[in-house]
Design a protein around this ligand. Structure first.
Ligand SMILES: CC(C)(COP(=O)(O)OP(=O)(O)OC[C@H]1O[C@@H](n2cnc3c(N)ncnc32)[C@H](O)[C@@H]1OP(=O)(O)O)[C@@H](O)C(=O)NCCC(=O)NCCS
Length: 207
């Protein structure tokens, strides 16, 4: 039997006084996420980063959630896009971040975007959440049959570079940015069955 404190922190087996961080869950966006997800979208715009990919002006929320599902299954994929699994990260009932796992690479993704894009809301940073989001995203990519995963970040994004390197990313090269924007560091994470097992044993716990 476990007990939760006011912050949703699992205090561990009752009586032992062991404190564990609450688990981070990656799950599909839900209709009831609208207020928190829209707030996250506004917060992330300060980083020039979208929390909600391809959210259209005035689009009803339920339609957007359905569109993400059609993009995941590959049923409706806009021209030039690839099927993508979009998931939000929840910790103790709060949306803390998100991930987009692209099932393949088009020429733009192969050069700049990579397979996986993630973000953590500003109020939840430096707790290990991005590292855990990427770690779980890599397991999902592996389950989708993607063995070599490309992940990119701007050269100046030291936080993202640290996250990728912690998750096993090996720097391949640095390429010029698109149309004069920041250059990109391109990393590969190679997934072999044995490295996958080793990673599971060496699970990164969010703080
Ligand atoms: C990049 C980002 C996802 C990092 O999220 P996070 O949850 O804070 O990352 P973590 O807590 O897992 O950080 C892991 C490590 O990265 C490094 N790091 C994180 N933030 C940092 C910062 N602001 N400055 C320097 N190093 C930093 C640290 O080494 C950190 O470990 P530590 O806290 O033990 O020192 C987040 O800043 C973000 O969402 N930025 C905007 C979107 C973005 O850039 N996404 C990545 C696209 S490639």
């Amino acid at each position: 039997m476990s007990a939760m404190d006011d912050n949703g922190e699992d205090k561990g087996p009752e009586g032992l006084g062991i404190s564990r961080p609450p688990p981070l869950l990656l799950r599909a966006l839900r209709p009831e996420d609208e207020p928190a997800a829209r707030a996250a979208q506004a917060e992330l715009s300060a980083d020039n980063f979208g929390f909600l990919p391809d959210l259209r002006e005035g689009e009803p929320w339920t339609g957007y959630v359905q569109r993400l599902e059609l993009l995941r299954t590959g049923t409706e994929v806009p021209n030039g896009w690839v099927p993508t699994t979009f998931l939000v990260a929840e910790v103790a009932g709060e949306l803390v971040g998100r991930t987009s796992i692209r099932h393949g690479l088009n020429p733009w993704l192969a050069q700049w975007g990579g397979h996986i894009g993630y973000a953590v809301r500003p109020g939840f940073r430096r707790r290990g959440y991005a590292t855990e989001i990427l770690h779980q995203s890599l397991a999902i990519a592996s389950a989708l049959g993607i063995d070599n995963v490309l992940i990119t970040c701007d050269v100046g994004n030291v936080a993202s570079a640290a996250v990728i390197e912690r998750c096993g990313g090996l720097l391949a090269d640095i390429v010029p940015g698109e149309r004069g924007s920041a250059a990109k560091r391109r990393y590969w994470v190679e997934r072999t069955p044995s490295s996958h097992r080793a990673r599971q044993d060496d699970r990164v716990e969010p703080r």
